[in-house]
Design a protein around this ligand. Sequence first.
Ligand code: PPS
Length: 568
Amino acid sequence: MVPSNHAPIPELYVSPEAAKALKNDAGAMPSWDLSARQICDLELLMNGGFYPLKGFLTEADYNGVVHNMRTADGTLWPMPVTLDVSEAFAEKVEPGTDIALRDAEGVILAVMSVTDKWTPNKAIEAEKVFGADDLAHPAVNYLHNQAGKVYLGGPVKGLQAPVHYDFRSRRDTPNELRAYFKKLGWQRIVAFQTRNPLHRAHQELTFRAAKEAQANLLIHPVVGMTKPGDVDHFTRVRCYEAVLDQYPQSTTHLSLLNLAMRMGGPREALWHAIIRKNHGLTHFIVGRDHAGPGKNSAGKDFYDPYAAQVLVAEHQKEIGIEMVDFKQMVYVQERAQYFPVDEVPEGTTVLDISGTELRRRLREGLEIPEWFSFPEVVKQLRRTSPARDKQGFTVFFTGLSGSGKSTIANALMVKLMEMGGRPVTLLDGDVVRKHLSSELGFSKEHRDINIKRIGYVASEITKNGGIAICAPIAPYTATRRAVREMIENYGAFIEVHVATSVEECERRDRKGLYKLAREGKIKEFTGISDPYEIPTKAELVVETENAEVDNCAQQVILKLESMGLIKA
Ligand code: PPS
């Protein structure tokens, strides 16, 4: 049973003395450096946000959660909270081993007593938990391409909470929130979960929800991990703070939740409801397409937009939280007012601006009407989303050795420098291998490291408003995709496939390497004795066989112009 909303909820932290002793012992334990997502999960495990879990899921609990949304003892728990590790680390650990869990700086946050170690079937996990084993789903992509191959399970002893340097006064543990509600005498409190800036439609929805539930309002945005491409949490929190003035101070509170979302739609909504119950909430708003991941690889929605409401409705009694469900809110012009889409008065004009349209307007520096958002929110968004022709971006050439990547990339660099405005950096394959990756060879592992280094540098350049031009071979689709994701957090990623055939590259053989590869003197040579996975989603494909370099570079310039990234 979850304690009532004014009583404390159990945490997994040990006493300061026990923490000191454990920290001493931890020096001799195998040490796992937690990923960003695992740090979020651990924080909520330790502070009671994931009550009644006592640690990362064991194999039996995991199987129950994946197949029936319940741990082995029958507790409702819809989302796997697992400690995925590399095979190399797993080899060092057996059930019975205690391991130290550390943050990115090496600080010990917790000790886990490993009881279970197993290799999960990730395809089944994807199918059951997220509804499809489709890499277009961010959590499925994470599962296959980022998460380690082996899972460890077992109870956790908390030593200290992860440190946050930003917005400290806005972050509350479940017990801090419970104590706050108790102090103010708030009995009924409705939570609004969000990963987006708040606009007028959200304000209207939250007002209505609070009224309907006769409750106080907790704006409870996620600041841990959200959908790749979302507005960063720094900007969002500044937006929330700006909107807070619009709410009655005596009935509304803003608190940040360090959750790592999975974008799991209905199951995630249920999980959110459980987490809110643990934070002392009595009511929870579920709107349209709650925690929706967008379209699948066939261009269709992963989940029905109201499936989350159906699933939460089924389980709200068991969780002990009441759902306040809402249809999408739209603006009715004649009334100058927001209405749920199914209550729009007949014969009136409905106005709406989708997320995509909003991003377009921000990108192109177009007007965002007052009926849609608050001027202060728009100002904050414009500060971090300058018009597209002022943002950083990366042009990523990929193709066989000798395909012409470097030559086209050089021509492009010079053309962009001639235009001026933003700094341009060329990360050419050969040059990178001389400076950044001089110790690497051409195995799959080394090529992946090489490309990820290039991606990291390009993402930093993009983040800081520059233009990065990369020209490696980059033969693997998954690695190119990982780089794309890294960069798209900050700006546009334009993949250009220089599609010169291997026959033509070999005929040209400008460096004489194909000859050596044929003679077996160079091993693992791309296109000859090593694979090249042809891009299927490149923004641009350039053929070099009957075209001048100048013309190829011009095709890229035209593409950049059509995307609004440069102005002629
Ligand atoms: S990768 O796969 O993206 O890491 O390769 P990259 O760093 O772009 O390779 C840069 C240049 O290395 C030369 N070279 C080889 N290429 C492919 N396979 C093997 N085994 C190999 N050995 C050396 C090759 O000239 C690449 O140059 P480019 O610029 O592509 O012509």
